[in-house]
Write a protein that binds this ligand. Structure first.
Ligand SMILES: O=P(O)(O)OC[C@H]1O[C@H](O)[C@H](O)[C@@H](O)[C@@H]1O
Length: 539
């Protein structure tokens, strides 16, 4: 039974609303140095340290957020989720009615996993993956000409692409020698054409990833790649792998060189540590580094069970986000990694956050009367500083920022220019931006005045490695789940994506002259979009 306490019923909500009428003034002279604030407002979990002195909070607000966490039973709900309680549900209405057990996929490093049966299933799949990867490595599994496989194409979309791709991009320096991965996600034929042109298909494994086994883009791209394999004289059953839900339409092991399973209690946007990410990451990183990635996530899952907000990074980030969004009124959230390797991480978080918490109905089927998930966006720094930081500093929209930074580079190849290394310049810019947003700078010229009081927080670790990437992923997954508990919404289904798929099918039918009754609007919209534009195919 989910806690009925949430933002709308917590007794402390009124107190936080009162505190929000006069939030901490970061731009006041000496505000940041007061009371050892900079050193005091630091929280650590696993390999990450969160600096939050540049948030508009003080001890009373933090105490209020602690009380909100306690009243909502956030950690208790998180523990119950990890232990297998059915939390993907809406009381009294038809719903998915499922457990939420993405944490079971990495709960491998203890004799007492939270959900033993789910972890045992993941362990069994990992054992099969380890054997397969070993066969590929040893050359026991080779192509038609007896050559080893060097490349993998990952065919999937949404959670079957965004998380795995972001993690692959983040960990490129850690790949096994000679290994590479390409991703085909969009149904746009140019996406597949561009990727297929970059590989030697004869040396390529094709990893078809779809939890449901029914996603139009993925099935279309599978056929497209299979067709290209056949055209090249290659046997698809000798190159293609499948990762899908047990019993899905793709669960057809004879059709594939290997099939690996994920389960309905793992949401697509939370599946990067399941076989959805593990097959590709294991091929690229090797099995041992895949385990390091999973262990990083597991470490955070356990630290996230600390009830003390001040000692639990994902819980603190969740509550600071609620403070900025629900009490200070910000509408969006910028996630700005000062690491080019994390350039696809904000895109993954857009799905994980906005598909989880972009909801307006609570877990009892009622309409919420408070804000839920924010708009999430972001790009790496320092690039963003040359793009949208003007708005962050002087726009009418206050956009809270979550910066992510590392002390050391991944490659260790750097150059001292004008007395500093590039990594030093990267970090200096990150910290400078957080301070500038907070403190501002008064100027009599209104166009040069920086009002400050623009909140941010800084997540720091030593270096982006497989383990810190796993930890970073789990921090954000837990943060998003904690916020969904505060808002008393079901963060684990995605009914909102279904209507578009239905209308797309109707428009496809219209294109073929088959107009269902009631699909008049789609037909007319299609005609307005295409009539008079050359739609004949050039070749
Ligand atoms: O993995 P699949 O079943 O192919 O689903 C891929 C994606 O499809 C849908 O759009 C869902 O909204 C996503 O959550 C899911 O990740």
């Amino acid at each position: 039974m989910a806690n009925l306490c949430h933002l709308g019923t917590a007794s402390v909500t009124r107190q936080l609303q009162d505190l929000a009428t006069h939030p901490y003034n970061l731009a006041r002279e000496g505000a940041l140095q007061a009371d050892g604030r900079i050193e005091k407002y630091v929280c650590s979990s696993g390999p990450f340290r969160l600096l939050y002195s540049t948030q508009r909070v003080d001890e009373r607000v933090l105490d209020g957020l602690q009380q909100l966490a306690d009243e909502c039973g956030l950690v208790e709900q998180f523990v119950r989720m990890r232990s297998g309680e059915v939390m993907n549900r809406i009381d009294g209405f038809e719903c998915e009615n499922r457990q939420v057990l993405h944490t079971s996929c990495r709960d491998l490093f203890t004799a007492n996993p939270k959900s033993p049966e789910a972890t045992a299933k993941m362990r069994a799949e990992l054992d099969r993956l380890k054997e397969f990867l070993g066969d590929v490595e040893r050359g026991a599994i080779v192509n038609e000409r007896g050559e080893t496989f060097t490349t993998m194409i990952n065919v999937g979309i949404g959670g079957s692409d965004l998380g795995p791709r972001a993690i692959y991009e983040a960990l490129k320096p850690y790949g096994l020698p000679g290994r590479s991965v390409q991703f085909i996600a969009n149904v746009d034929p140019d996406d597949a054409a561009e990727k297929l042109a970059q590989v030697d298909l004869s040396r390529t494994l094709v990893n078809i990833v779809s939890k449901s086994g029914t996603t139009l883009e993925t099935l279309t791209n599978e056929l497209l790649v299979v067709n290209r394999l056949r055209e090249a004289g290659l046997d698809p059953a000798h190159h293609c792998l499948a990762v899908t839900g047990q019993g899905s339409p793709m669960d057809n092991p004879e059709k594939y060189l290997r099939s690996f399973y994920m389960y309905d209690y793992i949401g697509g946007r939370y599946s990067a540590t399941s076989m959805v990410g593990a097959v590709m990451l294991g091929f690229y990183l090797g099995y041992d580094q895949l385990l390091e990635f999973l262990e990083g996530a597991a470490i955070i899952d356990y630290t996230a069970e600390n009830r003390d907000v001040r000692e639990n990074v994902p819980l603190l980030m969740a509550l600071l986000g609620v403070w900025n969004h629900n009490f200070l009124g910000s509408a969006s959230l910028a996630i700005l990694p000062y690491s080019q390797a994390l350039h696809r991480f904000p895109a993954h978080l857009q799905q994980c956050d906005m598909e989880s918490n972009g909801k307006s109905v609570d877990r009892q089927g009622g309409t919420v009367n408070y804000l839920t998930g924010p708009v999430v966006w972001g790009e790496p720094g320092t690039n963003g500083q040359h793009a949208f930081y003007q708005l962050l500093h002087q726009g009418t929209e206050i956009v809270p920022v979550e910066f992510i930074g590392f002390i050391k580079s991944q490659y260790g190849s750097d150059l001292e220019v004008k007395g500093s290394s590039s990594q030093e310049k990267l970090l200096a810019n990150l910290l400078a931006q957080a301070l500038a947003m907070a403190v501002g700078r008064p100027d009599e010229n209104p166009n040069r005045n920086f009002a400050g009081n623009r909140p941010s927080m800084v997540l720091m670790a030593e270096r982006l490695t497989p383990q810190t990437m796993g930890a970073l992923l789990a921090i954000y997954e837990a943060k998003i789940v904690f916020q969904g508990f505060v808002w008393n919404i079901n963060s684990f289904d995605q009914e909102g994506v279904q209507l578009g798929k239905i209308l797309a099918t109707r428009i496809l039918e219209s294109m073929k002259g088959r107009v269902e009754s009631g699909a008049e609007v789609e037909k007319r919209f299609l005609e307005a979009a295409t009539t008079g534009i050359n739609t004949t195919h050039d070749g």
